[in-house]
Design a protein around this ligand. Sequence first.
Ligand code: ATP
Length: 363
Amino acid sequence: MDAVQAIPATLRLGLIEGDGIGHEIVPATQRVVDEALAVVGAAVQWVPLLMGLRAIGEHGDPLPEQTFAALDELDGWILGPHDNVAYPPQHRSGPPPGGAIRKRFGLFANIRPARAFSGVRTRSPEMDVVIVRENSEGFYADRNMFAGAGEFAATPDVALSVGLITRAASERIARQAFELARERRAHVTIVHKANVLPLTMGLFLQSCRDVGAEFPDVRITHEHVDAAAAHLVRDATDYDVIVTENLFGDILSDLAGELSGSLGIAASINCSLTKAMAQAAHGAAPDIAGHNRANPAALFLSAAMLLRWLGRRNGRTEWSGAGARIEHAVETSFESGVATADLGGLASTSEFTEHVLARVHRR
Ligand code: ATP
């Protein structure tokens, strides 16, 4: 690089392969991010970290404290999938590593876009939706109590679960949704079920509306989750940004991902106000691991979201530009008919990666 050129700050990114196809798609993602950052003249320092079976082998823990400590120092990270089912029995009962990382770093927002790509078979060719899912409370038993779990059995035949909704967390996630909508088509749909859960879901709905009042330029609609599920299938183009609580967001984002083509292209980031983690929506796919068949597109697109998030937050347009290059490279690869087997194509993981790498330069 020319000595008189301004040298951009070096991004420090964690790289966690995890299990299964993570050993293929995470190194592929690293190459794509490296290439995109190199094209825009930005530097990156990678910090490889252990999670999953290799971590158990080396540290006796699927998510060792060393990994947590290192993540604390980083700008963001790329998380591969984990395959808890393959862990020795004594390591299976704990919280899944991905959830433990989300909890430890307070990654309260799960941002999951679902959009159709030209060249990928889809049920909804025009759809372009982002689901903004609250990630820290709701009806998840592992995260809604100070001590103990939010699910318990009164007798062997009677089980109960507790849902947690707070105004603070609802307003926090709503703000993410409204800010995002301002950069898109200025429409937020609040998805809830306040007719049967008037206190918890009523609080969520009202908190979102209160935040929405600060965004008069953004149109607000709201729907019950069952109606929203049917409406998504009927016409997903009616949606721009959907904000919803944890469990509903989990379900709706899989539905939206599948509608857009396949879970194999469903990207996501998990973020707080200061940290972000790229994580594809799919799992470790042990059935195809090691066969060079996995679709790396969801993780490429998740990494692109991470770069855009880091760029926006730090005012580094070159990082956002690198993210945009990756998205464009994936899109044009699909457009030209290059796809892995899950999408009906013939490309291997490495062939698809080479196509994307070549296109990163062409934007
Ligand atoms: P988890 O609960 O961790 O999400 P899971 O068992 O529900 O895991 P996956 O591991 O995502 O599901 O696998 C479900 C199916 O989708 C498998 O047949 C797998 O091969 C396929 N699959 C998942 N991810 C990919 C991918 N990136 N490329 C191709 N096929 C994939």
